[in-house]
Design a protein around this ligand. Structure first.
Ligand SMILES: Nc1ncnc2c1ncn2[C@@H]1O[C@H](COP(=O)(O)OP(=O)(O)O)[C@@H](O)[C@H]1O
Ligand SMILES: [Mg+2]
Length: 323
């Protein structure tokens, strides 16, 4: 039996549909990703699963309990790491964990042990007595990860766990999330709009756009589904019929001076292909990424900016105001 069963889940804010008839089953032990652009409905979906928002229609069963009928039982079985920072700056890392242990009713006799384990898990043992306001962004997220897991939930929700972090810190955090998943029997559901994050971490991914699940599969299958490597050539006069005749070429598209080819084992055939691309200015070859999958499914790019820090935060505070 799946650990989480979502059936025809819909959430409306007035007449705006943020989550649109979503059905999903998530299995025990999985790292399951909800991947989609800003505003796709990821946080809203997690909030419903975590009983923070009531669904408009449809239902979700988390760890055997219906979120609308048995919110208390659901809450006992989950941990949540929010998109926005939610730890107390004036407290030390350890004190933040202690407060959380009290709120979640961790047994007195176990509190110290759990906190020590949590700190060790995210390598913050030697920073435990420093106030959180002196933590870097990465340390803060690590502490929040340990905190979400402190009361030993069966399921952990991570909402955009690496939003706004620099690429190196992000990779570092991925390692902790993986470790949490492999060393503990925990199911993780995370949301992200970073393709590489979903690719690196998730066993399965639901791609969501405008509140709807547009596809569901493993990262590998998604990429295989594109059927080959991608060759992009900026050129003026490609020999399209010649290219189409080639066995290794699976798909040819030419638009606005840009030639897009889907090619089996492009590395081996590139020489031959280049004979027919015309006056090429620029050639790019890459293995399919989830970004290509997203473009194919939705016809648009997921926005992935390196200056995420600011844009991301701004968008979020606008959401916060609306609420
Ligand atoms: N409380 C709310 N009231 C009105 N609209 C909301 C509220 N919360 C979210 N929305 C809207 O629902 C859509 C989905 O939001 P959200 O779930 O936060 O998306 P994501 O997490 O994928 O970026 C957005 O268009 C957002 O503006
Ligand atoms: Mg969100």
């Amino acid at each position: 039996m799946p650990l989480i069963e979502i059936k025809n889940l819909t959430k409306k804010f007035d007449d705006f549909t943020a989550v649109d008839n979503v059905s999903l089953e998530i299995n025990e032990g999985e790292i399951f990703g909800l991947l989609g652009p800003n505003g796709a409905g990821k946080t809203t979906t997690l909030s419903i699963l975590a009983t923070l928002l009531p669904p408009t229609s449809g239902n979700a069963v988390v760890s055997g309990y219906d979120v609308a009928k048995h919110p208390t039982q659901v809450r006992r079985s989950i941990g949540f790491v929010f998109q926005d920072p939610s730890s107390d700056d004036l407290l030390t890392g350890r004190e933040n964990l202690y407060l959380h242990a009290l709120m979640y009713g961790v047994k007195d006799s176990e509190i110290d042990k759990k906190i020590d384990e949590g700190l060790a898990l995210v390598d913050l043992t030697d920073k435990q007595n420093i106030r959180m306001r002196k933590y870097s962004g990465g340390m803060r997220r690590r502490l929040e990860l340990a905190r979400g897991f402190l009361h030993s939930p069966k399921i952990l929700f991570l909402d955009e766990p690496t939003l706004g972090l620099d690429p190196q810190t992000r990779e570092n955090l991925w390692a902790y999330i993986k470790k949490l998943s492999t060393e503990n029997k925990i199911t993780i559901i995370l949301t992200t709009h970073y393709m590489e994050e979903a690719d690196m971490l998730c066993d399965r991914i639901a791609i969501i756009d405008h509140g709807k699940v547009v596809a569901l599969d493993t990262p590998l299958n998604f990429k295989k589904g594109l059927g080959g490597d991608l060759v992009t050539v900026k050129t003026k006069n490609p020999e399209l019929t010649e290219l189409e005749k080639m066995d290794c070429v699976k798909h040819v598209q030419y638009k606005d001076g840009l030639l897009n080819l889907t090619v089996n084992d492009a590395g081996a055939h590139l020489q031959k292909i280049l004979e027919h691309v015309g006056e090429a200015e620029d050639v790019e070859l890459h293995s399919p990424t989830l970004n290509d999958v997203f473009i194919k499914l939705t016809g648009k790019q997921i926005r992935e900016r390196s200056d995420e820090g600011e844009g991301g935060w701004m968008t979020r505070s606008m959401h916060a105001e609306k609420r």
